[in-house]
Design a protein around this ligand. Structure first.
Ligand code: NAD
Length: 292
């Protein structure tokens, strides 16, 4: 392995969770109630069950109130929409998260659109996507915001850097590109139809890989010294790997996130942070965004 620094997302996430827990205690003392996060799980997808369980545990550990709603896989869309509307109206609920993917008979977009944008702590509502694109305050999807935090922590000011985001999903790639643009990077978004991806990536000071293809990005695709953020989580024989060939990339990169222990732990930490922000906004209390 080469000289790349390993970006410790696990440690950064643990620090963020501690800061959120301290700010949660202060909020609870002022507001007379804890911030509340409602998580809705439809069906029994094993990966989703694991995510929902760890979100529940993290919510409790931060001192927040967790409300878990489990619905059967064959629940009708109307019943799910009714639940979302009830959570929108529930004063104890600051954040609503509907675990994706939903069963095929349910229109995911309709469910996301039904969430009150000011309780949309996942940042998937079109209003929040629009706010991000327009530079307005809103909720930003947790995974890309976590990546931005790691990049700022590592590099400081990002202005003027060349960034390539590989992947254009609504959940990771697109909001990641918007965040980097907001921090004044020169951003290129690559995707499955991009020509000569290695040549494109080689120009980048910052590479964010969010593809879902095991170890696709190789060391000789990178500019020496580049900072590499690997969002991919791919289950292969022998465990989990990212979208970047870690051992190979580490010989060329300046810094790189490992999988696991890089971006992964950031997602839940940022979800808690977004819930805390939602609680402050709803209670009309000031909050220190940068302090989180
Ligand atoms: P997605 O399947 O929605 O999008 C993948 C994107 O990759 C698409 O935009 C597609 O155009 C692009 N792509 C596919 N093949 C390509 C190729 N050969 N070259 C260039 N681009 C290509 O996936 P997603 O939801 O954005 O997730 C991406 C990865 O990140 C997955 O491995 C997922 O498990 C992981 N992920 C991790 C977290 C986390 O760490 N908490 C959160 C979300 C997603």
């Amino acid at each position: 392995m080469g000289g790349a620094a390993v970006i410790d997302g696990k440690a950064f996430a643990a620090g963020l969770r501690e800061r959120v827990a301290a700010a949660t205690a202060a909020f609870t003392a002022k507001a007379g109630r804890a911030p509340g996060l409602a998580v809705v799980l439809v069906g029994d997808d094993p990966a989703s069950q694991v995510y929902v369980r760890s979100k529940g545990k993290a919510t409790a550990a931060a001192g927040m109130a967790g409300f878990e709603h489990r619905l059967p896989a064959d629940v009708g869309q109307d019943a799910l929409l009714d639940l979302v509307r009830a959570l929108n109206a529930d004063e104890a609920v600051d954040g609503i998260l509907v675990q994706l993917p939903l069963p095929r008979h349910i229109d995911e977009n309709a469910v996301i659109a039904a969430i009150d944008p000011d309780k949309d702590v996942d940042g998937f509502h079109p209003v929040n996507a629009g706010r991000l694109a327009s530079g307005l305050d809103g909720f930003v999807p947790c995974t890309p915001l976590g990546c931005l935090m790691l990049l700022r922590d590592r590099l400081g000011d990002l202005a003027g850097r060349d960034a390539v985001v590989i992947g254009r999903s609504n959940i990771v790639g697109k909001p990641m590109a918007q965040l980097l643009l907001k921090d004044s990077c020169t951003v290129t978004v690559a995707h499955s139809r991009t020509h000569d991806l290695p040549a494109l990536v080689r120009r980048a000071d910052i590479v964010v890989a969010a593809v879902g293809r095991p170890e696709m990005v190789k060391g000789d695709w990178l500019k020496p010294g580049a900072t590499v953020i690997d969002v991919g989580i791919n289950r292969v024989e022998g465990g989990l790997v990212g979208d970047v060939d870690f051992a190979d990339a580490a010989t060329v990169a300046g810094a790189i996130t490992p999988v696991p222990g890089g971006v992964g732990p950031m997602t839940i930490a940022v979800l808690l942070r977004n819930t805390l922000v939602a609680a402050h906004r709803r209670a009309g209390l000031p909050y220190e965004m940068d302090a989180l």
